[in-house]
Design a protein around this ligand. Structure first.
Ligand code: PEP
Ligand code: MG
Length: 586
């Protein structure tokens, strides 16, 4: 690398993590200019020659795509190769091309102009679709059109690279990504594209680190400059300092080691020996946790504590800021589900207004605050809805204690939808709505509440403090804060049974879900979803995968027959010690 470049300042650009891994190397700037098309008139005598030229360009495009399809089939398999089959189908669309030929003959215009205009109509139509998938597929149509145009103009595209490099481009089509991968490609980074873009899809399939949607990365680098593409966190470093390089190399090493250790478990479902599957998701507070959560093999995010966005802020983040943040999380986890909990302010968390309360935990908290602040609530709900276009976002309300509150909160969801419709902004019309069961009143009303929503998620952190009248943050009474108190166990059984009877799924996002000593018990009680601190995820999965549901049910039944917390703990501890001597319990 030339000396003067080592002194260039490091530039950091954030995008969306599209394919995991870290790539360090020189940039190959892949620039593909949009074809310039001129409208020209031709004479009737020139028509046969123009048609022949067009036929030739279509035939050459067909041959190229056929080759790409074969390569994709051999390297990626049927599933991923479908993209190219779809492009071939566009080329083979006889109705479309008959129109093109007819227009050349009737309008006496050059082939480039007619191809550009006619296929452009399809492209524009698809781009305005409300469906994100159709919009993404519009690029296929555009790609086919550009391929024909390139062949009409007899232009060649660079596809052979010298040495290993990190490809940086404004955008990469599926074909570009694949063809370039025949070289030694270390990583990809593009200005545009989402997690479902072809670059992302194919990079994952090819196991090449990639970051997409990195704004103007292609205008910020020069050919040959050194870059790092961090596909775990979605960050691109241009001219990284030596310290950054060392840090990222270390990260690469750590992640590799970690991945090797967990790789057996990571892609396996949280399923018992007799095939009973539960969902094992992660709780999330900060954006930077996403990469770790994904690495841990979470089935989704069962609780995103959105109020963490308020830390250190004087005012609530704007709808735009929130929408961007929620979208980033949803995209990074796609197609897995992300449950966004609306701001749970108050209690021991951030306060919305400077209110002084003697008993904040029993005061103005969670949904109570948001229902009193409709503007803030609607802003957040619109932001959440706007992030739901890929249909992998759900919304959840904290601190629900009555049916009235749920209905009011749902009313605001409908209002937010109405406002977005009026603005023509897309969202998931069928977004799932759930509540936290963390106030005893909600546990008592579980079945009625279940009729109002799509899911229940038990918040044991608060539920235990309210049920046992023990402040969750008070050292003096910490010995009385008992997860395995028989009243807690019976309450949990009640919520799970009643919720399920009304056909909603019941999960848990309180700390208890991530306590290895509680796993068999909760499984036996019929819990459908465990949302846990990311760190413990593999351990919990290991426990779930080594028991039969039948046994777990038996364990739960016995635990529920006991009278004191000591007895329950002693029983569960001995059961666990017997089965998992290497898992530390407290
Ligand atoms: C809970 O109360 O169990 C919960 C998950 O919510 P938080 O800890 O954020 O109050
Ligand atoms: Mg709570």
């Amino acid at each position: 690398m030339p000396d003067d470049q080592t002194h260039k300042p490091e530039v950091i650009i954030k995008g969306i993590p599209a394919s995991p891994g870290i790539a360090i190397g020189p940039v190959f700037l892949f620039r593909k200019s949009a074809p310039t098309i001129r409208e020209k008139s031709i004479t009737a005598g020139e028509v046969p020659q123009e048609i022949a030229r067009l036929e030739q360009a279509v035939a050459r495009s067909h041959k190229e795509l056929r080759k790409i399809l074969d390569f994709a089939l051999s390297k990626l398999g049927d599933d991923k190769a479908k993209i190219f089959e779809a492009q071939l189908m566009i080329l083979e669309d006889s109705i479309l091309f008959e129109t093109v030929y007819k227009r050349v003959r009737n309008e006496l215009k050059n082939a480039e102009f007619v191809v550009h205009d006619e296929i452009g109509k399809y492209h524009r139509m698809m781009l305005t679709s409300k469906d994100e998938y159709t919009r993404e597929r519009a690029h296929d149509v555009e790609d086919v059109r550009n391929r024909i145009l390139r062949n009409l103009q007899e232009e060649k595209l660079i596809s052979r690279l010298e040495g290993s490099s990190v490809i940086i481009s404004q955008n990469l089509t599926a074909a570009d990504t694949l063809i370039l991968s025949r070289n030694d490609v270390l990583g990809y980074a593009t200005d545009i594209g989402g997690i479902t873009s072809h670059t992302a899809l194919l990079a994952r399939a090819l196991k090449i680190p990639a970051v997409v949607g990195a704004r103007n990365v292609s205008h910020s680098v020069q050919h040959g400059e050194r870059v790092i593409v961090d596909g775990y966190s979605g960050v691109v470093y241009i001219n990284p300092s030596e310290t950054t390089v060392r840090e990222l190399e270390e990260k690469q090493r750590q992640f590799k080691l970690f991945e090797e250790r967990l790789s057996e478990l990571r892609d396996l479902p949280a399923e018992t020996l007799d095939g009973h599957r539960v969902e094992l998701s992660a709780n999330m507070e900060f954006e930077k946790e996403i990469e770790f959560i994904r690495l841990q093999g979470a089935d989704g995010i069962g609780l995103y504590r959105s109020e963490m966005l308020l830390i250190g802020k004087e005012v609530f983040p704007s709808e735009e800021e929130q929408a961007e943040q929620y979208r980033l999380i949803a995209e990074s986890m796609y197609p897995k589900r992300v449950i966004i909990r609306t701001f749970d302010v108050g209690g021991d968390k951030i306060v919305a207004d400077a209110v002084k309360e003697n008993n904040p935990f029993l005061g103005w908290r969670g949904i109570r605050v948001m229902l009193d602040k409709p503007d803030l609530f609607l802003e957040q709900l619109r932001a959440i809805l706007r992030s739901s276009t890929k249909k992998n976002v759900a919304v959840m309300f904290p601190m629900i204690s009555s049916i009235k509150e749920v209905r009011a909160a749902k009313g605001y969801v409908e209002e937010a939808k109405k406002q977005l419709r009026a603005q023509n902004l897309p969202f998931d019309e069928n977004i799932k709505v759930g509540i936290m069961v963390e106030v005893p009143a909600a546990a008592v009303l579980a079945e009625d509440l279940a009729d109002e929503v799509d899911f229940l998620s038990i918040g044991t952190n608060d539920l235990i403090q309210y049920l046992l009248a023990v402040d969750r943050g008070n050292d003096v009474v910490s010995g009385l804060y008992q997860e395995f108190h028989p009243a807690v166990l019976r309450f949990l059984r009640r919520i799970i049974e009643r919720g399920k009877k009304r056909d909603v799924w019941v999960g848990m996002c309180g700390e208890m879900a991530g306590d290895p000593m509680a796993t068999l018990l909760l499984l036996g009680l019929g819990l459908d979803e465990f949302s846990v601190v990311p760190k413990v995820l593999p351990e919990i999965k290991k426990i779930i995968r080594s028991v039969k549901l039948r046994e777990a049910k038996r364990i739960a039944k016995h635990a529920l027959s006991l009278q004191t917390e000591d007895e329950v703990k002693a029983y569960l501890r001995s059961t666990m010690k017997e089965r998992f001597p290497d898992i530390p319990l407290d």
